[in-house]
Design a protein around this ligand. Structure first.
Ligand code: FAD
Length: 440
């Protein structure tokens, strides 16, 4: 006997994109019983970025239901009851282990079959693990990754039991920086180890990075650059105790948190759908190479019209926007109408300690640093964290970064970059902040 269920729409994955897509379905037109969200996670869609930030804080940590979607865009929080009221089936705690796109069928780990008319793939990414590359001892206890709320819960438990011990954070990207800050706030002795010469090397210029590195050092975080972990040693209980680095150093550790990147979850569809740049290839209306199958969020490689390029973006702003746009495209198609193709303008943000930055556009060309006009220097000062960087390419501003900006300045900067204003380096160096304020 087959246990089978059919839906007009299935969203596979119950993360950020799924939640924003569900909301958009209800804004458009949705009948009870038409939509199901199938998720491996045990909870309704939530704002994932919270997991490395306030979820880990010692005082008044963020807990569900306070950060279910769509709180991140300032809209109503979609509690599990909301899905029920709208007649949306929230099939949580359910992993899909096989997808057959030709026969429009998904099969769960427990053997249940789900069929659909239209599928939206929103499986997101998974953390790259040290065990993937065979690092010795990397399967020891208390080595953590952060992707899902269950991962964060295990780290929270370790924070409680290892109370103020030693933490080694591996990876100098955003996850590494955020977790290192959170662990320091929890009064752990924190070391960060990363392969690159400076942190957030994919985004930050060396000047931007040197500000954050100085700030972290002032907060007591030890930064060990230009090396990687090659071996972990555990005690008799299998709990991690030491981290050996390629440069010969050995670090004591009660907790290790690894943030070395994320890979899109495309395995289920391998050989069934066209892929590009590691993700599922879609067009400007989120259509994959298979009829009635769409992809959104981290997993999708889409035409980035602004840069005439195919790209994959692993940021929450894109997850939200792509989900909404995909649902609009699906609905328009059903109604025989046409809508504009997706025009994504990259916008990302993060926060550590009492700092917070935004970045928009593309970080290509020459970076030009500017600081708050009251401080007559072209280097950001660690005491007054307000500065930025514009990237100039072929005489135009194509990207911008801003630490500590006001809402108006952030808006101004985004405008300058999206308009690709022509600018001169020396002017921007002096008037960069002022210009941001003027456009805001
Ligand atoms: P996800 O939100 O990852 O959701 C995917 C969902 O699919 C998950 O629920 C997963 O369990 C489920 N799934 C996958 N495979 C299956 C399967 N086979 N069966 C059933 N379910 C499945 N971005 C920023 O811009 N700023 C930040 O500060 C920031 N911080 C972050 C902090 C952390 C800890 C993480 C992990 C990410 C952060 N991001 C940040 C990135 C951002 O959260 C992602 O880009 C976003 O969540 C992508 O949304 P998504 O819906 O595509 O995937």
């Amino acid at each position: 006997i087959f246990d089978k269920q059919h839906f007009k729409y299935i969203i596979l994955g119950g993360g950020v994109a799924a939640g924003y897509a569900a909301k958009e379905f209800t804004r458009q037109r949705l009948l009870p019983g038409e939509l199901a969200i199938i998720s491996k996670e045990a909870v309704a869609p939530y704002e994932r970025p919270v997991l490395t930030k306030s979820y880990l804080f010692p005082n008044e940590p963020a807990r569900l239901p306070s950060f279910h979607v769509c709180v991140g865009s300032g809209e109503e929080i979609l509690l599990p009851e909301w899905y029920k009221e709208k007649g949306i089936e929230l099939i949580i705690g359910t992993e899909i282990v096989k997808a057959d796109l030709a026969s429009k069928m998904l099969i769960s780990a427990s053997g249940k079959i789900y069929t659909y008319q239209t599928l939206i793939i929103a499986t997101g990414s998974k953390a790259v693990k040290l065990t993937d590359s065979g690092v010795q001892g990397a399967d020891a206890k208390n080595i953590f990754y952060l992707r899902e709320i269950s991962d964060a819960d295990m780290l929270v438990e370790a924070i409680r039991t290892k109370n103020k011990g030693k933490v080694v954070v591996i990876g100098g990207g955003n996850i590494g920086l955020e977790v290192a800050a959170a662990m320091r706030i929890n009064k752990f002795d924190v070391s960060m180890v990363y392969r690159e010469q400076w942190c957030m090397a994919g985004l930050f210029s060396p000047t931007i990075a040197s500000f954050y590195e100085g700030y972290y050092a002032n907060k007591g975080v030890k930064l060990i650059k230009d090396t990687v972990a090659v071996e972990f040693e555990a005690d008799l209980n299998g709990q991690v105790k030491k981290v050996k680095l390629k440069n010969g150093k050995v670090l004591q550790a009660d907790i290790v948190v690894v943030g070395i990147g994320a890979r899109p979850l495309t395995e289920l569809f391998e050989g069934q759908v066209e892929e590009e740049k590691g993700g599922i290839k879609i067009d400007g209306l989120f259509r994959t190479s298979v009829q009635d199958v769409y992809a959104v969020g981290d997993v999708a490689t889409f035409p980035m019209k602004l840069y005439n390029d195919m790209r994959r973006v692993q940021h929450v702003d894109h997850a939200r926007q792509s989900a909404e746009h995909a649902v609009k495209a699906i609905k328009a198609r059903e109604d025989g109408k046409s809508i504009e193709e997706y025009q994504y303008f990259p916008f990302l943000y993060s926060s550590y300690f009492d700092l917070s930055w935004i970045f928009c556009g593309d970080n290509v060309g020459e970076p030009v640093v500017f600081v708050d006009a009251q401080y007559n220097t072209t280097r950001p000062s660690p005491t007054k964290p307000k500065f930025g960087t514009y990237w100039i390419n072929n005489g135009k501003v194509v990207g911008a970064f801003l630490e500590g900006g006001t809402a108006e300045e952030i808006e101004g900067i985004a405008k300058i970059v999206s308009l690709q204003l022509e600018a001169q380096r020396d002017r921007l160096e002096i008037y960069g902040m002022l210009v941001a304020g003027l456009y805001g």
